[in-house]
Design a protein around this ligand. Sequence first.
Ligand SMILES: *Cc1c(COP(=O)(O)O)cnc(C)c1O
Length: 371
Amino acid sequence: MKPIQMVDLASQYHRFKPEIDNAISDVLNSASYINGPAVKQFSKNLEAYLDVKHVIPCANGTDALQIALMALDLPEGSEVITPGFSYIALAEVCCLLKLKPVYVDVDKNTFNIDVNQIEALITKNTKVIAPVHLYGQCADMESIMKIAQKYSLFVIEDNAQSIGADYVFSDGKVMKSGTIGDIGTTSFFPSKNLGCYGDGGAIYTNNDALGEKLKMIANHGQRVKYIHDVVGVNSRLDSVQAAVLNVKLNHLDTFNAERQEVAKAYDLAFANHKNLKPPFKSSNSSHVYHQYTLQTCAVDIPKFREAMQEKGIPTMIYYPLPLYKQNAYQQDIQLPIAEMLSNSVVSLPIGTDMEEEQIKYIINTILNYFN
Ligand SMILES: *Cc1c(COP(=O)(O)O)cnc(C)c1O
């Protein structure tokens, strides 16, 4: 059995090595290292995959969020409604841009933003709702879009964990996660469902004016070289990473299906377990399992994780501290579900290229621990 890792990146590389090495080698030979043909091709490929009009590649998923917020031209102090149980990126860029993150609690089943609590938080300063599609499953976008329309708010979807997931509206219409709001953002950090071999990110929109603006901001605020119309940043996806992504995008649906297979085995094993609750499946979204996260009940988590580590099974906690309890971003609020989850969730190894034997070993070791 291969050693178990939280996510095994090397096995996937070896599976596609000839194709990926060729693509990288083509870029090295072309000497178009920045904004080369591979980058333009990747924009087109991702636009086609997501069925979205504009994809603007950038340097990472955090930049993608920053550029998205910059493109909206919000007055200082504008409020951005976002889940309090999430990754730090959105809180961080809000603070850098002098915007105020307003944290909402999450749904006790999906762990995504609780749409029933959004309206009560809207003030005259609210400008944006920014859901995060956590762990690989879409937030309730239909409700979010209704609220946004009612109060004329922008919607930015942080899609870093859910690229490739399908959202299904009540009328049966299906859209790719990240393409429903005004702007979607994603990350190609190596461990993401579509990961490159360094840093990378992208921003997408169906709005032509926003598309133009996002492109300018990501490129020093210039449309024409050395003519700067707005304040921008320098945030580029390099050609080598784009070449890797062009190869891997062709296999994204396969990668997600492989993650779903692992999740299915875990689901089956832990269904009806007295201490472990498998991830909830939302009826209006597919799940691409960026993480496989169990909610535990009456489990000493540090002790459990240590016991697993001793047996060669890494585990992680995404995320151990709600955003408003972080020293840098403290707010005097309490979100009961966020706090309960930060003390009770644990994520298991998942990814492409896991062996049957590894999955069985993880399942048996966990089941034995509770026996
Ligand atoms: C990974 C991630 C990001 C940030 O991506 P980077 O490329 O690391 O900057 C933002 N939001 C979420 C939810 C993420 O999981």
